[in-house]
Design a protein around this ligand. Structure first.
Ligand SMILES: NC(=O)c1ccc[n+]([C@@H]2O[C@H](COP(=O)([O-])OP(=O)(O)OC[C@H]3O[C@@H](n4cnc5c(N)ncnc54)[C@H](OP(=O)(O)O)[C@@H]3O)[C@@H](O)[C@H]2O)c1
Length: 270
């Protein structure tokens, strides 16, 4: 069995999706600062060009605009990037969408869009890059999920379910990818100050600045753990809550967030 890969700048370039703002943008800057040439993908090409300009003379960021919901354009972007700049050895699949939803008024289009971008967008990115890494026997992929994927949270039925899918997917992929020389990691941030969280009207416990999140992601890529999560205290509280029987979990989360029922469904298998 191959030793799982820890990417280094001398082995190839990095690729970050969702790099036009927030965590992806900050992570691209941090990886460039650590010596990588970084290919950056998102739909807004002018923001990617501005990002590339920002590091000129101090690092190298190359725009590769694409929509992650379009599998073919993503595949073509990766092919063009590798032809021009060399093999992608580190991929941070971060593009994502957060739309809070009501628990009683189900807007199908929001669920579909959330799954198209967060889940299928990640699958399209994996399809574009993972087989190439496996053929070379070398690569590292971080899938950006969320602590919201650990268990259901108020107003997060669409978003949290999409992130739970990504956590499960990352675990499942690692069984085959790691022996092929491709390390799979899952990134589970708590609250981070970005345009996505600026819409939240509720207090966000343990929220951290985006530059700190980017450093934590890049540090995690240099270590060996499967999960990269921060702030740790928040993640551990949520993990502990998820060990409780469902009735206690639903009551505690409902009470502490002011959301949903304070008493869960009558029966529990957990
Ligand atoms: N902020 C948090 O507290 C937090 C916590 C846990 C997890 N996360 C996750 O971190 C990731 C980044 O979130 P953020 O907070 O940094 O949000 P953000 O600032 O809104 O960034 C989202 C990024 O995703 C890109 N994107 C969205 N739809 C896309 C599409 N169809 N094709 C290509 N790119 C697309 C956006 O670029 P364009 O609009 O230019 O396409 C943007 O660059 C998401 O996966 C999010 O779920 C965030």
């Amino acid at each position: 069995m191959s030793i799982p890969c820890r990417a280094r700048p001398q082995d190839g370039i990095a690729w970050v999706t969702g790099a036009s703002s927030g965590i992806g943008r900050a992570a691209a800057l941090e990886l460039a600062r650590r010596g990588y040439t970084v290919a950056v993908t998102a739909r807004r090409a002018p923001e990617l060009a501005a990002l590339a300009n920002e590091v000129k003379g101090r690092g190298r960021i190359v725009p590769a605009p694409a929509d992650v919901t379009d599998a073919e354009s993503l595949r073509a972007a990766v092919e063009a990037v590798e032809a021009a700049h060399g093999p992608i050895v580190l991929a941070f699949l971060n593009a994502g969408l957060y739309v809070p939803v009501s628990g009683t008024d189900i807007d199908v289009s929001v669920y579909r869009r959330t799954f198209d971008v967060n889940v299928m967008g990640t699958v399209h990115a994996l399809a574009a890059v993972l087989p190439r890494m496996a053929a070379r026997g070398r690569g590292q992929i971080g899938i950006n999920a969320s602590v919201a994927g650990y268990g259901g949270l108020p107003r997060a039925a669409a978003y949290g379910a999409s992130k739970a899918a990504l956590i499960n997917m990352a675990q499942a992929l690692s069984f085959d990818a790691n022996p092929a020389g491709v390390t799979i990691q899952v990134v589970n941030p708590g609250f981070v100050e970005t345009p996505a969280t600026s819409v939240n009207e509720f207090p966000m416990p343990f929220i951290i600045p985006v530059d700190e999140a980017a450093r934590r992601v890049a540090d995690g890529f240099e270590k060996s753990g499967f999960e990269i999560t921060f702030p740790r205290r928040f993640a551990y509280i949520l993990k502990a809550l998820n060990l409780l029987p469902y009735r206690a979990y639903l009551a505690l989360v409902g009470r502490s967030t002011g959301g949903a029922s304070s008493d869960g469904p009558g029966s529990s298998t957990r």
